[in-house]
Write a new protein. Structure first.
Length: 160
């Protein structure tokens, strides 16, 4: 699995957040329905649907505990917006910090996403000599050509 590398400028998003188990939590499966609720709230607030071409959908995560079991994260279901966007939605505004990211692509079933993250963080980063830096971890959801395939880009903040 080869990453691509991006230097990302600071950007702005709006969304809705909650604390959920991470992919490394013993309770990882419990995060799926909670994350789906966050996305549902976002879609309703924006009056849109998943995959709508008018928005760039991103999941933004940051640690919500000391990264020890139960290993919780703060997850934000969000869309990217430009500086001119006037947030009259009542959604939370998030600033995504600038920095260098390693981007890993996932294509498969939604059920395989936790295993993908375990592979990336436990094997691939070390294999490619990469170390993470403090910062938000991002997921971008490009539209898949096949509606039965879930596509996600894992954007992992790395040291330059």
């Amino acid at each position: 699995m080869l990453p691509t590398f991006l230097d990302v400028p600071q950007s702005r998003a709006i969304g809705v957040s909650g604390v959920v188990p991470s992919s490394f939590s013993p309770n990882a499966a419990a995060s799926t329905p909670e994350i789906e609720k966050l996305w549902g709230t976002l879609f309703t607030a924006l009056g849109t649907t998943p995959g709508s071409p008018e928005w760039t959908f991103v999941g933004i995560t940051s640690p919500a505990d000391a990264l020890i079991p139960p290993h919780l994260i703060t997850y934000v279901a969000a869309v990217l917006v430009d500086e001119a966007f006037s947030n009259e939605t009542g959604l939370q505004e998030i600033i995504i910090g600038a920095g260098r990211y390693a981007v890993f692509l996932y294509e498969g079933t939604h059920d395989g996403l936790d295993a993908f993250y375990q592979q990336v963080y436990n094997v691939e980063l070390d294999k490619h000599g990469l170390s993470t830096r403090d910062g938000q971890h991002l997921e971008r959801y490009p539209t898949a050509d096949d509606p039965d395939v879930f596509v996600a880009e894992a954007w992992i903040p790395i040291n330059a």
